[in-house]
Design a protein around this ligand. Structure first.
Ligand SMILES: [Zn+2]
Length: 140
């Protein structure tokens, strides 16, 4: 069971992608709570040239930095909108991809991440999703 604040974050991510969904272009939404308690959202930017695509978490992070001038992540979550032909119409929580795990860790190594867990969801520290992360230092 998620806390009320975490559920509020999931709802914000769902609302973001429900509002901006476009098949093949915007299919994932993300929401993050900053260290000061404010919520920002983002949706992914897919691209004809696949390597130019940007994940929803990165867009939300960009919003946090650009719009709020904040840099710390309390909690972050991403959700995926189903495609038109999919029988399951639920907008479900998805785990951040490897690149986003790096990005989240870089901005806040104590960030909490809401991830799927069996039929439900759970909250884990970003470090648990990225053991032995790459570092130029040896001390991480
Ligand atoms: Zn990603």
């Amino acid at each position: 069971m998620l806390s009320e604040k975490d559920q509020e974050l999931v709802d914000a991510a769902r609302e973001a992608i429900a509002r901006r969904y476009r098949n093949d272009w915007q299919e994932v939404g993300a929401a993050l709570r900053t260290r000061s308690g404010r919520i920002v959202t983002g949706v992914n930017l897919d691209a004809y040239l696949g390597r130019m695509a940007v994940c929803a978490e990165a867009v939300a992070l960009g919003q946090m930095v650009t719009q709020l001038g904040e840099f710390g992540i309390d909690t972050i979550v991403a959700v995926r909108h189903p495609k038109p032909g999919e029988a399951d119409r639920a907008i479900r929580i998805v785990s951040p991809c490897g690149a986003c795990r790096e990005l989240i860790f870089d901005y806040d190594r104590n960030a909490r991440v809401i991830v799927p867990n069996g039929d439900g969801e759970t909250v884990v520290p970003i470090g648990d999703l990225l053991p032995k992360k790459y570092s130029r230092e040896r001390s991480l």
